[in-house]
Design a protein around this ligand. Structure first.
Ligand code: SAH
Ligand code: SF4
Ligand code: F3S
Length: 442
Protein backbone atom coordinates (compact mmCIF):
# COMPACT_ATOMS: atom_id res chain seq x y z
CA UNK A 1 0.00 0.00 0.00
CA UNK A 2 1.24 3.48 -0.80
CA UNK A 3 2.35 5.31 2.31
CA UNK A 4 1.19 8.91 2.62
CA UNK A 5 3.11 11.36 4.72
CA UNK A 6 0.80 12.76 7.41
CA UNK A 7 -0.51 16.19 6.52
CA UNK A 8 0.67 18.92 8.84
CA UNK A 9 -1.53 21.75 10.09
CA UNK A 10 -0.81 25.04 11.79
CA UNK A 11 -3.50 26.89 13.76
CA UNK A 12 -3.98 30.62 14.38
CA UNK A 13 -6.68 31.27 16.97
CA UNK A 14 -8.03 34.77 17.68
CA UNK A 15 -10.76 36.05 19.97
CA UNK A 16 -12.35 34.66 23.10
CA UNK A 17 -12.23 31.36 25.00
CA UNK A 18 -15.06 30.01 22.80
CA UNK A 19 -12.67 30.16 19.89
CA UNK A 20 -9.89 28.52 21.88
CA UNK A 21 -12.25 25.65 22.65
CA UNK A 22 -13.55 25.49 19.05
CA UNK A 23 -9.97 25.30 17.74
CA UNK A 24 -9.30 22.44 20.16
CA UNK A 25 -12.32 20.59 18.77
CA UNK A 26 -11.21 21.13 15.17
CA UNK A 27 -7.64 20.06 16.02
CA UNK A 28 -8.92 16.85 17.60
CA UNK A 29 -11.05 16.12 14.52
CA UNK A 30 -8.05 16.71 12.24
CA UNK A 31 -5.85 14.44 14.36
CA UNK A 32 -8.54 11.74 14.25
CA UNK A 33 -8.29 12.07 10.46
CA UNK A 34 -4.53 11.55 10.40
CA UNK A 35 -3.30 15.16 10.50
CA UNK A 36 -0.36 16.20 12.67
CA UNK A 37 0.21 19.59 14.25
CA UNK A 38 3.34 21.57 13.36
CA UNK A 39 4.68 24.57 15.22
CA UNK A 40 5.87 26.27 12.04
CA UNK A 41 3.54 27.80 9.46
CA UNK A 42 6.27 27.31 6.83
CA UNK A 43 6.15 23.54 7.35
CA UNK A 44 2.36 23.32 7.16
CA UNK A 45 0.23 21.76 4.39
CA UNK A 46 -2.85 23.32 5.97
CA UNK A 47 -3.09 26.66 7.77
CA UNK A 48 -6.25 27.33 9.76
CA UNK A 49 -7.43 30.66 11.14
CA UNK A 50 -10.18 30.75 13.73
CA UNK A 51 -11.28 34.36 13.57
CA UNK A 52 -12.87 37.08 15.71
CA UNK A 53 -15.04 40.04 14.65
CA UNK A 54 -15.68 41.70 17.96
CA UNK A 55 -13.80 44.88 17.03
CA UNK A 56 -12.43 46.36 13.83
CA UNK A 57 -8.87 45.91 15.17
CA UNK A 58 -9.41 42.14 15.55
CA UNK A 59 -10.48 41.81 11.92
CA UNK A 60 -7.63 43.99 10.71
CA UNK A 61 -5.05 41.84 12.43
CA UNK A 62 -6.49 38.79 10.66
CA UNK A 63 -6.46 40.44 7.22
CA UNK A 64 -2.80 41.31 7.89
CA UNK A 65 -2.03 37.68 8.74
CA UNK A 66 -3.79 36.51 5.56
CA UNK A 67 -1.43 38.77 3.59
CA UNK A 68 1.57 37.03 5.16
CA UNK A 69 0.07 33.59 4.52
CA UNK A 70 -0.48 34.44 0.86
CA UNK A 71 3.28 34.97 0.54
CA UNK A 72 3.78 31.43 1.86
CA UNK A 73 1.27 30.18 -0.69
CA UNK A 74 3.44 31.57 -3.49
CA UNK A 75 6.28 29.26 -2.43
CA UNK A 76 3.96 26.38 -1.72
CA UNK A 77 0.94 26.36 -4.08
CA UNK A 78 -0.31 23.12 -2.47
CA UNK A 79 -0.87 24.92 0.81
CA UNK A 80 -4.52 24.98 1.87
CA UNK A 81 -5.77 28.00 3.83
CA UNK A 82 -8.92 27.38 5.89
CA UNK A 83 -10.65 30.25 7.62
CA UNK A 84 -13.49 29.90 10.07
CA UNK A 85 -15.10 31.38 13.13
CA UNK A 86 -16.94 34.65 13.60
CA UNK A 87 -15.67 36.53 10.50
CA UNK A 88 -16.88 33.70 8.28
CA UNK A 89 -20.45 34.27 9.51
CA UNK A 90 -20.55 37.88 8.31
CA UNK A 91 -21.48 38.84 4.77
CA UNK A 92 -19.24 41.92 4.62
CA UNK A 93 -16.22 39.84 5.67
CA UNK A 94 -17.09 37.11 3.17
CA UNK A 95 -17.16 39.68 0.36
CA UNK A 96 -13.67 40.80 1.24
CA UNK A 97 -12.37 37.26 1.81
CA UNK A 98 -13.50 36.31 -1.70
CA UNK A 99 -10.68 38.45 -3.06
CA UNK A 100 -8.10 36.76 -0.83
CA UNK A 101 -6.78 33.24 -1.23
CA UNK A 102 -8.99 31.45 1.26
CA UNK A 103 -9.50 27.86 0.05
CA UNK A 104 -11.83 26.63 2.76
CA UNK A 105 -14.37 28.73 4.62
CA UNK A 106 -16.35 27.33 7.55
CA UNK A 107 -18.53 29.01 10.16
CA UNK A 108 -19.14 28.73 13.87
CA UNK A 109 -21.97 26.20 13.43
CA UNK A 110 -20.26 23.58 11.23
CA UNK A 111 -16.88 22.90 12.87
CA UNK A 112 -17.46 19.17 12.49
CA UNK A 113 -17.27 19.50 8.70
CA UNK A 114 -13.74 20.93 8.62
CA UNK A 115 -11.82 17.69 7.82
CA UNK A 116 -14.31 16.89 5.06
CA UNK A 117 -14.18 20.42 3.59
CA UNK A 118 -10.38 20.40 3.60
CA UNK A 119 -10.13 17.05 1.86
CA UNK A 120 -12.69 18.16 -0.72
CA UNK A 121 -10.63 21.30 -1.46
CA UNK A 122 -7.52 19.16 -1.77
CA UNK A 123 -9.14 16.63 -4.10
CA UNK A 124 -10.89 19.12 -6.38
CA UNK A 125 -8.32 21.93 -6.27
CA UNK A 126 -11.28 24.29 -5.90
CA UNK A 127 -12.46 26.63 -3.18
CA UNK A 128 -14.84 24.95 -0.74
CA UNK A 129 -16.91 27.46 1.17
CA UNK A 130 -19.56 26.15 3.50
CA UNK A 131 -21.07 28.29 6.23
CA UNK A 132 -24.32 27.53 8.01
CA UNK A 133 -26.15 30.79 8.48
CA UNK A 134 -28.49 29.27 11.04
CA UNK A 135 -27.38 27.45 14.12
CA UNK A 136 -28.61 23.85 14.21
CA UNK A 137 -29.27 21.83 17.34
CA UNK A 138 -26.58 21.68 19.99
CA UNK A 139 -24.07 19.26 18.50
CA UNK A 140 -23.03 16.67 21.06
CA UNK A 141 -21.05 14.48 18.69
CA UNK A 142 -18.02 16.74 18.90
CA UNK A 143 -15.02 14.93 20.30
CA UNK A 144 -14.62 15.66 23.97
CA UNK A 145 -11.25 13.94 24.09
CA UNK A 146 -8.43 16.45 23.89
CA UNK A 147 -4.84 16.87 24.92
CA UNK A 148 -5.99 17.15 28.50
CA UNK A 149 -3.89 19.44 30.56
CA UNK A 150 -4.53 20.37 34.14
CA UNK A 151 -7.15 22.88 33.14
CA UNK A 152 -9.89 22.76 30.48
CA UNK A 153 -12.58 24.91 28.91
CA UNK A 154 -16.03 23.32 28.80
CA UNK A 155 -18.89 24.82 26.80
CA UNK A 156 -22.15 24.83 28.67
CA UNK A 157 -24.09 26.92 26.17
CA UNK A 158 -23.72 28.53 22.77
CA UNK A 159 -24.90 31.80 21.25
CA UNK A 160 -26.46 34.89 22.79
CA UNK A 161 -29.93 36.44 22.89
CA UNK A 162 -29.03 39.73 24.51
CA UNK A 163 -28.35 41.87 21.46
CA UNK A 164 -26.37 44.55 23.26
CA UNK A 165 -26.55 47.27 20.63
CA UNK A 166 -22.77 47.45 20.01
CA UNK A 167 -22.13 43.71 19.79
CA UNK A 168 -21.70 41.44 16.78
CA UNK A 169 -21.65 38.17 18.75
CA UNK A 170 -25.40 37.35 18.48
CA UNK A 171 -24.98 37.55 14.70
CA UNK A 172 -21.88 35.35 14.57
CA UNK A 173 -22.85 32.78 17.19
CA UNK A 174 -26.61 32.55 16.74
CA UNK A 175 -29.35 32.17 19.32
CA UNK A 176 -28.73 31.03 22.84
CA UNK A 177 -28.92 27.28 23.43
CA UNK A 178 -27.74 25.24 26.40
CA UNK A 179 -26.20 21.81 26.54
CA UNK A 180 -27.96 19.16 28.62
CA UNK A 181 -26.55 18.98 32.16
CA UNK A 182 -25.77 15.24 31.85
CA UNK A 183 -23.64 15.83 28.75
CA UNK A 184 -21.67 18.55 30.53
CA UNK A 185 -21.20 16.42 33.64
CA UNK A 186 -20.07 13.39 31.62
CA UNK A 187 -17.54 15.50 29.75
CA UNK A 188 -16.12 16.89 32.99
CA UNK A 189 -15.98 13.43 34.59
CA UNK A 190 -14.01 12.21 31.59
CA UNK A 191 -11.65 15.19 31.89
CA UNK A 192 -11.16 14.51 35.61
CA UNK A 193 -10.32 10.86 34.88
CA UNK A 194 -7.65 12.06 32.46
CA UNK A 195 -6.03 14.24 35.11
CA UNK A 196 -7.74 17.60 34.62
CA UNK A 197 -8.14 19.48 37.90
CA UNK A 198 -9.70 22.78 36.89
CA UNK A 199 -12.59 23.55 34.55
CA UNK A 200 -13.80 26.86 33.18
CA UNK A 201 -17.46 26.72 32.16
CA UNK A 202 -18.00 28.79 29.03
CA UNK A 203 -20.93 30.74 27.65
CA UNK A 204 -21.59 34.29 26.45
CA UNK A 205 -23.95 34.66 29.38
CA UNK A 206 -23.60 31.67 31.70
CA UNK A 207 -26.11 33.09 34.19
CA UNK A 208 -28.97 32.34 31.83
CA UNK A 209 -27.90 28.71 31.38
CA UNK A 210 -30.86 26.39 30.78
CA UNK A 211 -33.44 29.16 30.41
CA UNK A 212 -34.01 28.99 26.67
CA UNK A 213 -34.25 25.19 26.68
CA UNK A 214 -36.71 25.11 29.58
CA UNK A 215 -34.35 22.86 31.48
CA UNK A 216 -35.04 22.09 35.11
CA UNK A 217 -31.42 22.88 36.06
CA UNK A 218 -30.22 26.47 36.14
CA UNK A 219 -26.63 27.69 36.36
CA UNK A 220 -26.55 27.62 40.16
CA UNK A 221 -27.72 23.96 40.08
CA UNK A 222 -25.08 23.15 37.49
CA UNK A 223 -22.32 24.57 39.71
CA UNK A 224 -23.47 22.22 42.47
CA UNK A 225 -23.36 19.21 40.12
CA UNK A 226 -19.84 20.07 38.90
CA UNK A 227 -18.74 20.63 42.49
CA UNK A 228 -19.59 16.97 43.22
CA UNK A 229 -17.21 15.57 40.57
CA UNK A 230 -14.22 13.80 42.12
CA UNK A 231 -10.85 14.98 40.91
CA UNK A 232 -11.97 18.48 39.93
CA UNK A 233 -10.55 20.96 42.43
CA UNK A 234 -11.39 24.32 40.95
CA UNK A 235 -14.39 25.58 39.01
CA UNK A 236 -14.39 28.87 37.09
CA UNK A 237 -16.92 30.34 34.68
CA UNK A 238 -17.27 33.20 32.23
CA UNK A 239 -19.07 35.46 31.28
CA UNK A 240 -21.68 36.70 33.75
CA UNK A 241 -24.29 39.31 32.85
CA UNK A 242 -25.26 41.75 35.65
CA UNK A 243 -28.91 41.46 34.67
CA UNK A 244 -29.06 37.70 35.32
CA UNK A 245 -26.83 37.37 38.39
CA UNK A 246 -29.37 35.98 40.86
CA UNK A 247 -29.16 35.67 44.66
CA UNK A 248 -29.35 31.91 44.15
CA UNK A 249 -26.20 32.06 42.01
CA UNK A 250 -24.33 34.19 44.57
CA UNK A 251 -25.29 31.60 47.17
CA UNK A 252 -24.03 28.76 44.95
CA UNK A 253 -20.65 30.48 44.56
CA UNK A 254 -20.52 30.94 48.32
CA UNK A 255 -21.43 27.38 49.35
CA UNK A 256 -19.70 25.21 46.73
CA UNK A 257 -16.11 24.99 47.94
CA UNK A 258 -14.59 24.27 44.52
CA UNK A 259 -16.16 27.31 42.87
CA UNK A 260 -13.47 30.01 42.84
CA UNK A 261 -14.11 33.46 44.28
CA UNK A 262 -13.99 35.34 41.00
CA UNK A 263 -16.72 36.72 38.75
CA UNK A 264 -16.22 38.42 35.40
CA UNK A 265 -19.31 40.57 35.24
CA UNK A 266 -18.85 43.30 32.62
CA UNK A 267 -20.28 46.71 33.51
CA UNK A 268 -19.52 48.16 30.01
CA UNK A 269 -20.47 51.73 30.99
CA UNK A 270 -21.29 53.72 34.12
CA UNK A 271 -23.98 56.03 32.79
CA UNK A 272 -27.59 54.87 32.92
CA UNK A 273 -28.33 56.75 29.72
CA UNK A 274 -25.56 54.91 27.86
CA UNK A 275 -26.42 51.55 29.46
CA UNK A 276 -29.92 51.97 28.13
CA UNK A 277 -28.66 52.84 24.64
CA UNK A 278 -26.42 49.77 24.87
CA UNK A 279 -29.50 47.63 25.65
CA UNK A 280 -27.80 46.31 28.78
CA UNK A 281 -31.06 46.17 30.81
CA UNK A 282 -29.61 47.19 34.20
CA UNK A 283 -28.68 50.43 35.91
CA UNK A 284 -25.57 51.59 37.76
CA UNK A 285 -27.59 51.34 41.00
CA UNK A 286 -28.44 47.69 40.27
CA UNK A 287 -24.77 46.98 39.58
CA UNK A 288 -23.59 48.61 42.82
CA UNK A 289 -26.15 46.60 44.77
CA UNK A 290 -24.94 43.42 43.08
CA UNK A 291 -21.35 44.22 44.04
CA UNK A 292 -22.41 44.90 47.62
CA UNK A 293 -24.26 41.57 47.85
CA UNK A 294 -21.41 39.59 46.34
CA UNK A 295 -18.77 41.16 48.60
CA UNK A 296 -20.94 40.65 51.67
CA UNK A 297 -21.72 36.97 50.99
CA UNK A 298 -18.33 36.02 49.45
CA UNK A 299 -15.59 37.91 51.29
CA UNK A 300 -12.49 38.52 49.18
CA UNK A 301 -14.29 37.81 45.88
CA UNK A 302 -12.53 39.29 42.85
CA UNK A 303 -14.80 41.25 40.53
CA UNK A 304 -13.53 41.94 37.02
CA UNK A 305 -15.15 43.82 34.17
CA UNK A 306 -15.11 44.89 30.55
CA UNK A 307 -15.53 48.62 29.88
CA UNK A 308 -16.21 50.42 26.62
CA UNK A 309 -15.47 54.12 26.05
CA UNK A 310 -16.76 56.24 23.20
CA UNK A 311 -20.13 54.61 22.61
CA UNK A 312 -22.15 56.85 20.23
CA UNK A 313 -23.47 59.91 22.03
CA UNK A 314 -21.25 59.41 25.12
CA UNK A 315 -20.90 62.89 26.64
CA UNK A 316 -18.18 64.01 29.03
CA UNK A 317 -20.71 63.60 31.80
CA UNK A 318 -21.49 60.01 30.74
CA UNK A 319 -17.79 59.24 30.73
CA UNK A 320 -17.47 60.79 34.23
CA UNK A 321 -20.15 58.30 35.32
CA UNK A 322 -17.98 55.44 34.07
CA UNK A 323 -14.97 56.83 35.96
CA UNK A 324 -17.13 57.25 39.03
CA UNK A 325 -18.22 53.60 38.89
CA UNK A 326 -14.62 52.47 38.43
CA UNK A 327 -13.66 54.41 41.56
CA UNK A 328 -16.68 53.18 43.52
CA UNK A 329 -16.50 49.49 42.59
CA UNK A 330 -12.69 49.22 42.46
CA UNK A 331 -12.50 46.33 39.98
CA UNK A 332 -9.74 43.83 40.61
CA UNK A 333 -9.04 44.01 36.88
CA UNK A 334 -10.81 45.30 33.78
CA UNK A 335 -10.45 44.99 30.03
CA UNK A 336 -10.92 48.41 28.48
CA UNK A 337 -12.00 48.98 24.88
CA UNK A 338 -12.55 51.77 22.39
CA UNK A 339 -16.04 51.46 20.97
CA UNK A 340 -15.77 49.99 17.47
CA UNK A 341 -18.78 50.24 15.11
CA UNK A 342 -19.77 46.80 13.79
CA UNK A 343 -21.73 46.65 10.58
CA UNK A 344 -25.20 45.18 11.18
CA UNK A 345 -25.46 46.21 14.84
CA UNK A 346 -27.86 48.90 15.98
CA UNK A 347 -25.23 51.19 17.49
CA UNK A 348 -23.31 51.35 14.21
CA UNK A 349 -26.36 53.13 12.69
CA UNK A 350 -26.31 55.92 15.28
CA UNK A 351 -25.18 59.25 13.91
CA UNK A 352 -23.47 60.72 16.97
CA UNK A 353 -20.25 58.70 16.73
CA UNK A 354 -17.45 59.98 18.96
CA UNK A 355 -14.24 61.30 17.32
CA UNK A 356 -11.28 58.97 17.69
CA UNK A 357 -9.13 61.52 19.61
CA UNK A 358 -11.86 61.86 22.24
CA UNK A 359 -12.21 58.09 22.50
CA UNK A 360 -8.46 57.66 22.89
CA UNK A 361 -8.08 60.31 25.55
CA UNK A 362 -10.98 58.78 27.55
CA UNK A 363 -9.43 55.33 27.22
CA UNK A 364 -6.09 56.66 28.49
CA UNK A 365 -7.66 58.24 31.51
CA UNK A 366 -9.67 55.11 32.27
CA UNK A 367 -6.68 52.81 31.92
CA UNK A 368 -4.47 54.98 34.13
CA UNK A 369 -7.01 54.98 36.95
CA UNK A 370 -7.96 51.30 36.60
CA UNK A 371 -4.33 50.14 36.54
CA UNK A 372 -3.59 52.17 39.65
CA UNK A 373 -6.55 50.54 41.42
CA UNK A 374 -5.38 47.06 40.37
CA UNK A 375 -1.86 47.87 41.58
CA UNK A 376 -3.15 49.17 44.92
CA UNK A 377 -5.27 46.06 45.48
CA UNK A 378 -2.36 43.80 44.54
CA UNK A 379 0.12 45.59 46.83
CA UNK A 380 -2.40 45.34 49.67
CA UNK A 381 -2.03 41.55 49.34
CA UNK A 382 1.70 41.69 50.16
CA UNK A 383 2.44 39.47 53.18
CA UNK A 384 -0.80 37.47 52.81
CA UNK A 385 -0.92 33.70 52.34
CA UNK A 386 -2.76 32.57 49.20
CA UNK A 387 -3.87 29.16 47.96
CA UNK A 388 -2.54 28.77 44.42
CA UNK A 389 -2.73 26.19 41.65
CA UNK A 390 0.66 25.80 39.98
CA UNK A 391 -0.08 25.85 36.25
CA UNK A 392 3.33 25.58 34.58
CA UNK A 393 6.45 27.51 33.64
CA UNK A 394 6.16 31.30 33.71
CA UNK A 395 5.70 32.76 30.22
CA UNK A 396 8.06 35.65 30.90
CA UNK A 397 10.75 33.91 32.98
CA UNK A 398 11.41 30.25 32.22
CA UNK A 399 13.31 29.85 35.49
CA UNK A 400 10.10 30.48 37.42
CA UNK A 401 6.65 28.92 37.65
CA UNK A 402 3.26 30.48 37.17
CA UNK A 403 0.52 29.84 39.69
CA UNK A 404 -2.97 31.27 40.08
CA UNK A 405 -4.93 32.31 43.15
CA UNK A 406 -8.57 31.35 43.54
CA UNK A 407 -9.33 34.98 42.68
CA UNK A 408 -7.61 34.53 39.30
CA UNK A 409 -4.44 36.47 40.13
CA UNK A 410 -1.22 35.26 38.58
CA UNK A 411 1.56 34.60 41.08
CA UNK A 412 5.13 34.08 39.87
CA UNK A 413 7.04 31.74 42.17
CA UNK A 414 10.46 30.07 42.36
CA UNK A 415 9.79 26.40 42.90
CA UNK A 416 10.71 22.94 41.64
CA UNK A 417 8.90 21.81 38.47
CA UNK A 418 7.37 18.84 40.28
CA UNK A 419 4.98 21.27 41.96
CA UNK A 420 3.24 21.79 38.60
CA UNK A 421 -0.35 20.58 38.95
CA UNK A 422 -0.34 20.95 42.72
CA UNK A 423 -2.38 23.23 44.91
CA UNK A 424 -0.02 24.86 47.40
CA UNK A 425 0.22 27.93 49.62
CA UNK A 426 2.42 30.93 48.90
CA UNK A 427 3.26 34.14 50.74
CA UNK A 428 2.89 37.22 48.54
CA UNK A 429 6.11 39.22 48.46
CA UNK A 430 5.20 41.86 45.88
CA UNK A 431 2.05 43.12 44.17
CA UNK A 432 2.26 44.53 40.64
CA UNK A 433 -0.41 45.76 38.22
CA UNK A 434 -1.05 42.45 36.44
CA UNK A 435 0.60 39.88 38.71
CA UNK A 436 2.01 39.04 42.12
CA UNK A 437 5.36 37.62 43.20
CA UNK A 438 5.34 34.95 45.91
CA UNK A 439 7.36 32.44 47.95
CA UNK A 440 6.27 28.88 48.58
CA UNK A 441 5.16 28.32 52.17
CA UNK A 442 6.22 24.90 53.40
N1 SAH B 1 -20.54 37.74 26.26
C1 SAH B 1 -19.54 38.44 26.87
C2 SAH B 1 -18.39 38.85 25.98
C3 SAH B 1 -18.66 39.57 24.74
S1 SAH B 1 -17.33 40.18 23.80
C4 SAH B 1 -20.20 39.56 27.60
O1 SAH B 1 -21.34 39.83 27.42
O2 SAH B 1 -19.55 40.18 28.41
C5 SAH B 1 -16.20 40.78 25.01
C6 SAH B 1 -16.22 42.23 25.27
O3 SAH B 1 -15.91 42.96 24.09
C7 SAH B 1 -17.54 42.79 25.69
O4 SAH B 1 -17.79 42.59 27.05
C8 SAH B 1 -17.41 44.25 25.36
O5 SAH B 1 -16.84 44.98 26.42
C9 SAH B 1 -16.43 44.26 24.21
N2 SAH B 1 -17.07 44.62 22.94
C10 SAH B 1 -18.05 43.97 22.29
N3 SAH B 1 -18.41 44.62 21.17
C11 SAH B 1 -17.64 45.74 21.12
C12 SAH B 1 -17.53 46.83 20.21
N4 SAH B 1 -18.32 46.91 19.14
N5 SAH B 1 -16.62 47.80 20.45
C13 SAH B 1 -15.83 47.72 21.55
N6 SAH B 1 -15.89 46.72 22.44
C14 SAH B 1 -16.78 45.73 22.24
FE1 SF4 C 1 -22.47 40.60 23.15
FE2 SF4 C 1 -24.10 41.45 25.02
FE3 SF4 C 1 -24.27 38.93 24.17
FE4 SF4 C 1 -22.17 39.70 25.60
S1 SF4 C 1 -24.29 39.64 26.32
S2 SF4 C 1 -22.14 38.48 23.73
S3 SF4 C 1 -21.85 41.81 24.96
S4 SF4 C 1 -24.71 40.77 22.97
FE1 F3S D 1 -14.69 37.29 18.90
FE2 F3S D 1 -16.54 35.63 18.15
FE3 F3S D 1 -15.51 35.44 20.57
S1 F3S D 1 -16.48 37.79 17.69
S2 F3S D 1 -14.99 37.55 21.04
S3 F3S D 1 -14.44 35.12 18.70
S4 F3S D 1 -17.63 35.09 20.00
Amino acid sequence: MKQHKPMKYYFYTYGCQMNVRDSEIIATLLQDNGYEETNSPQAADLILLNTCSVRHSAENKIYGKLGEINLLKRNNPELIVALGGCMAQLLDCRQRLKKIGVDVLFGTHNLHEVPYLVSKARETGKKVWQVWDEEGMVIEEYPTNRKTGLSAFVNIMYGCNNFCSYCIVPYTRGRERSRRPENIINEIKQLAEQGCREVTLLGQNVNSYGKTNNQDKDFADLLGLVNDIDGIERIRFTTSHPQDMSDKLIEAIAVNPKVCEHVHVPLQAGSNRILQKMNRKYTREHYLELVRKMRERIPGIAITSDLIVGFPGESDEDFRDTMDMVNKVRFDAAFTFLYSPRQGTRAAELTDQIPIEVKKSRLNELMTVQYQIARDINTSLEGSIQEVFVEGPSKTNVEKLMARTRTNRIVIISAAKDLIGQIIHVRITEGKTFSLMGDVVL
